[in-house]
Design a protein around this ligand. Structure first.
Ligand SMILES: [Zn+2]
Length: 282
């Protein structure tokens, strides 16, 4: 486990590198400076998590001792939490904090969508109806699901992608270990319902932005990203999702995603969900 003093030594370098690599975005440095970052240890983690929720007026996403880091985001602001007891290597800390700052940075581009999501949570809470979501009219419910799933997948995807850009690693010559990782993540994400949307976002980012995967895919089109381990229908849909995200990465400003594209991503997530649910009946 890294000591608190080691974390405090690594963080300024990690921050300088993030600011340098992301300098094409406005005010990255000001954004990081103005967002509180709290390092939690095992004994105070829950208390620090809870007080950040209160300060940010955020909805509880659930506290877990398995979390490495998170961004608490609410109507009163955002804060970054890092869980010191999870880190044993400096690179783990760097990659975690770059991922969390990736959330902060990319959230700036979808503020209207995040506000809409928070409004929805407020209405749901105020309704005192445990089945609020289930009782919505069909088209409204489908819209909220597409928005929720699309946003969740996009946020994890772009945070990992920003982390890969900042890390700027050289591709590895040998790729079988990362292929195995991709396969495991993909299977864990879409083998069963509920779909693990965050994992699916990590998987997509590995396929499209991990330098080793990108380099190997470019030289050999038979390079496996794991789709052959899925039922055909699910594989087609995951491929469709990768195409949507690849289109977004071709934009001049990759973080600037339209609401329509987020809804398109959410629609594919819904279709994957349905395909898995249906295959259970066979
Ligand atoms: Zn994340």
């Amino acid at each position: 486990m890294l000591a608190m003093s080691e974390l405090k030594e690594i963080l300024p370098h990690a921050k300088a590198r993030f600011v340098e690599k992301m300098s094409s975005h406005n005010d990255v440095s000001a954004l990081l400076d103005s967002t509180p970052l709290t390092i939690c240890n095992r004994s105070n983690a829950k208390a620090k998590h809870d007080s950040a929720l209160v300060r940010c007026h955020a909805y509880d996403s659930g506290f877990s001792l398995q979390t490495w880091g998170e961004v608490i985001h609410g109507t009163a602001g955002s804060e970054v939490l890092l869980y010191q007891f999870r880190f044993s290597q400096p690179t783990e800390l760097e990659r975690t904090v770059w991922h969390e700052w990736g959330h902060l940075l990319s959230n700036k581009y979808i503020e209207a969508i995040n506000d809409e999501r928070l409004e929805y949570f407020k209405r749901r809470e105020a309704s005192n109806d445990r089945l609020y979501h289930e009782n919505l009219p069909d088209d409204e419910r489908e819209y909220q699901e597409r928005l929720a799933f699309g946003t969740q997948l996009w946020c994890e995807f772009i945070a990992d992608t920003i982390c890969n850009i900042v890390a700027d690693d050289e591709p590895h010559i040998i790729a079988w270990d990362i292929q195995e990782q991709m396969k495991q993540i993909l299977l864990a994400a879409v083998s069963n319902t509920p779909i693990h949307i965050a994992l699916l976002g990590h998987y997509c980012s590995m396929v499209l932005t991990n330098p080793t995967v990108v380099a190997h895919s470019e030289v050999d089109e038979r390079f496996s990203i794991g789709l052959e381990f899925l039922p055909e229908e699910t594989a087609k849909l995951v491929d469709k999702l990768l195409c949507l995200l690849a289109d977004q990465l071709n934009e001049d400003q990759i973080c600037k995603i339209s609401k329509d594209r987020i809804l398109d991503i959410g629609a594919v997530v819904n279709q994957i969900w349905d395909a898995i649910a249906e295959s259970k009946y066979w």
